[in-house]
Design a protein around this ligand. Structure first.
Ligand code: G6P
Length: 255
């Protein structure tokens, strides 16, 4: 426990995979698995779970865990690699000596730094030497922040796409409204990525939705009327937002 009362603990899941528990002084908590560097639980100080995990989730590589906050990298959606890339299927390492971040990203927070480097097999399917660093932190107020840093460790340029594919826990999809996407263009994955413009005041869900919104603002709100809960999602650094994934950096607040 550090002087602010934030604590970091380590354990193994039932398959022997390391996981990290972050606790803040008020009793909120976060659990991160080294399988995928994936946040699997985020609880309020009252013990309410804010992230969804499927009852059918498989918690063993090479399967990706369906729930929490999967990290899609180096590809989001379909492409030359398996859907949503391989980072979510790999075992990450704890990064004991990460390059420094701004003091605001550490002070008063419980946090852990993780690192993914490509294996020889990864380099065969995606021949680019990278280091992917992830900082997961839980603030005193219960906010969850994920910061990603992707470094090219040789001189050959590469491009990639990346997303936090967050599964929020909600009551019922018919009770949910999303604000902050109005008037934006989006690519509709249910229509071969055709481009459309959002017309409505706020997004509600009457049937399946699978979209990537382009050039979004940095704040989006997800209202759950039945649970009387609002998730505020903030991002910095990359332009686009998926129906439920946010790129590069995510700060989510439960109010
Ligand atoms: O089933 P997964 O590989 O975890 O993918 C989960 C989702 O990823 C992206 O959001 C795709 O646009 C969706 O079509 C897909 O359902």
């Amino acid at each position: 426990m550090n002087p602010s009362g934030a604590a970091v603990e380590f354990s193994k899941d039932k398959n022997g995979i390391d996981q990290v528990h972050l606790h803040n002084p008020r009793g909120a908590s976060v659990r991160v698995s080294l399988h995928g560097g994936q946040v699997l639980s985020w609880k309020t100080e009252r013990g309410e779970e804010l992230l969804f995990t499927s009852s059918k989730a498989i918690f063993k590589p090479p399967k990706a865990v369906r729930g929490g906050i999967p990290i899609c990298f180096p590809q989001v959606g379909t492409g030359s690699l398996d859907q949503n890339g391989f980072a979510r299927n790999r075992i990450w390492a704890i990064d004991n000596d990460p390059p420094p971040l701004h003091p605001n990203d550490s002070n008063g927070k419980a946090y852990i730094d993780l690192l993914l480097k490509p294996s020889d097999d990864d380099l065969k399917i995606w021949p680019h030497s990278f280091e992917f660093r992830l900082r997961v932190s839980l603030a005193a107020e219960g906010h969850l922040t994920l910061i990603s840093r992707i470094r090219n460790i040789n001189s050959k340029p590469f491009s990639f796409s990346f997303a936090f594919h967050t599964y929020f826990s909600i009551s019922d999809i018919s009770e949910v409204r999303v604000e902050g996407l109005e008037t934006l263009d989006y690519l509709d994955n249910l229509c071969q990525k055709e481009r459309f413009t959002e017309q409505g005041d706020a997004l509600t869900f009457e049937s399946e939705v699978d979209r990537a919104y382009l050039k979004s603002s940095d704040v989006i709100a997800v209202f759950d009327h039945e649970k009387k809960r609002t998730f505020t999602v903030r991002k910095e650094g990359l332009p686009d937002v998926g129906k439920n994934h946010v790129l590069l950096r995510l700060v989510t607040k439960q109010t």
